[in-house]
Design a protein around this ligand. Structure first.
Ligand SMILES: Cc1ncc(COP(=O)(O)O)c(C=O)c1O
Length: 507
């Protein structure tokens, strides 16, 4: 094997060399590296010149032997994996492949309930069964965090046939758990720990950041390199280590899931993002952390805002999360004047676009590419909002603990079959499905995925009972302007439910 050189970006270098040779293209893509639209040329032109395909010398993602193989090997070395696959369909593709390669039809997987929709879609495509584990809840912020190791122990005892455990770590807000204990627990039962680390590709690259899932012993880890590192949108990686994952099955599944014409600019951006971390990771992370520290320091002067901080676990005796990503700032108006979505809109009026908002919070995402100027701009916008709404003159509520109606999921679920046919078409004329007003849905079973987006975590999956609490929560989200994926009605006034016996009685 040739010595790997971290300072090289083999795929990017091959693409640039090919482009510089000024070869004539008699292959796809049809744009031939030329931007024909004059208006788009200044923006798109240079990108298209590198939008290449599987020609001689540029390797093949589905059968890598040259530059892509080398780039993936470098990525494995950089992130601490034994094998790494480049993904051009985001962590979505990685989650699907992780599940499809672990579970055959009817097999059972332990799954953290507050998982991204791609995890539930993976269960559906695999026709697997899930035993859902409830998240811990941060009562101060109302946010769902990671699973409790005691629940994992209990689920492993009850379901020894489980194929493994799939968790999300960290969550969208950068809150996470210690993974070493979970990895050891799973390995003691001979089962793999699968981690959706979509929001943690930067973990482990600086002492101020939590350790990566791979360094804690996870067997398969999916990372959105495009989220917290610098790859292009859709660029992600699936890392593997140990002998509990069938690597050939993973490669086969990825061939089924991913395009046969994967984007070379995306793959090259993965190569470059890896090189950046491999050669200068801590330096760049420090630079980004300086921007967050500058922002938080100034924010301290505005007592009308509060941020999610480690919760000492006053009620439960244990913290609701163990690790926090310093790049994620979950902010709210402590005076209760502006909702999260209103605060987001006010920030946008001042040219600052946040990652997402809930009825209570705005999530500001910093990264290694953030600058002090960005931080100053966000602070100035918040200061201005404070002034416009007179927030600084308001009394802060005395008791700000446990303002949210949590928890919603509290128990390890029974096995739930995700075997098809699921009501994929979602058409209410289908005999077994009705569309009812959300007020009338309580007590029925949902016939659709109800996914507030972002963050893309399904509140309901098809077949799940709709409780009064869930209906009220969804109505609160809808009233605050949240967008929904998966539902026939984007505003969620109506919801598709499964028909039940009483619908036929008397009629
Ligand atoms: C926890 C989690 N997993 C997976 C995904 C999917 O990632 P991608 O957008 O890279 O496909 C997301 C997207 O937001 C996510 O939040």
């Amino acid at each position: 094997m040739t010595e790997l050189d971290p300072s090289r970006a083999p795929l990017f270098e091959r693409m640039v060399a090919h482009q510089r040779q000024r070869n004539a293209s008699f292959h796809v893509p049809g744009h031939k590296g030329r931007q024909l639209d004059a208006e788009a040329a200044p923006f798109f032109g240079s990108l298209l010149s590198l939008d290449l395909t599987e020609i001689t010398g540029l390797d093949d993602l589905h059968q890598p032997e040259e530059a892509i193989k080398e780039a993936q090997e470098l990525a494995a070395a950089c992130f601490g994996a034994e094998q790494t696959f480049f993904l051009v369909g985001g962590s979505t593709a990685g989650n699907l492949a992780m599940i499809l390669s672990t579970c055959a039809r009817g097999e059972l997987l332990l799954v953290q309930r507050n998982a991204h929709k791609s995890v539930l879609h993976g269960l559906m495509l695999a026709g697997a069964k899930a035993v859902f584990l409830p998240p811990r809840w941060d009562t101060a912020s109302g946010l769902a965090t990671g699973v409790d190791p005691d629940d994992v122990r209990e689920a492993l005892r009850r379901y020894p046939e489980a194929r493994g455990l799939l968790i999300t770590n960290p969550n969208y807000y950068g809150l996470g758990m210690h993974l070493r204990e979970l990895a050891d627990l799973l390995h003691a039962h001979g089962k793999p720990l699968l981690v959706d680390e979509a929001h943690g590709a930067h973990y482990g690259f600086h002492p101020a950041l939590p350790p990566s899932a791979l360094s804690c012993g996870a067997d398969a880890v999916v990372q959105s390199t495009h989220k917290m590192l610098t790859a292009m949108t859709m660029g992600a990686m699936l890392h593997l280590q140990g002998s509990l994952i069938d690597r050939e099955a993973v490669a086969k599944c990825l061939t089924m899931i991913q395009s046969s014409s994967p984007s070379y600019p995306i793959m090259a951006s993965l190569d470059l993002a890896r090189r950046q971390m491999h050669t200068q990771g801590p330096k760049w992370i420090r630079q980004g952390l300086d921007a967050v520290a500058y922002f938080l320091d100034k924010l301290d002067r505005l007592p009308c805002y509060e941020t999610v901080k480690p919760n000492p676990g006053r009620e439960t005796g244990r913290p609701s999360y163990d690790t926090k990503d310093p790049f994620k700032v979950t902010l709210s108006d402590a005076t209760g004047t502006l909702s999260g979505t209103e605060l987001q809109a006010q920030l946008e009026r001042r040219g600052c676009y946040a990652e997402m908002a809930t009825p209570h919070h705005v999530l500001l995402l910093f990264s290694l590419a953030s600058t002090l100027e960005d931080a100053e701009r966000a602070y100035r916008a918040l200061e201005d909002i404070c002034g416009e709404f007179g927030l600084q003159k308001k009394e802060l509520p005395y008791e700000r603990e446990n303002i949210h109606n949590v928890p919603r999921y509290t128990r390890v679920s029974p096995p739930i079959s995700f075997d098809l046919p699921f009501p994929v078409s979602g058409k209410s004329e289908q005999a077994s499905i009705l569309s009812v007003h959300i007020d009338d849905a309580v007590g029925r079973r949902s016939a659709e995925m109800v996914i507030p987006y972002p963050p893309g975590i399904p509140v309901l999956f098809p077949g799940e009972p709709i409780t009064a609490e869930t209906a009220a929560y969804l109505q609160e989200l809808a009233a605050s302007g949240t967008r929904f994926h998966g539902t026939a009605s984007g505003k969620l006034e109506y919801i598709q439910v499964m028909q039940q016996q009483s619908d036929h009685a008397g009629g």
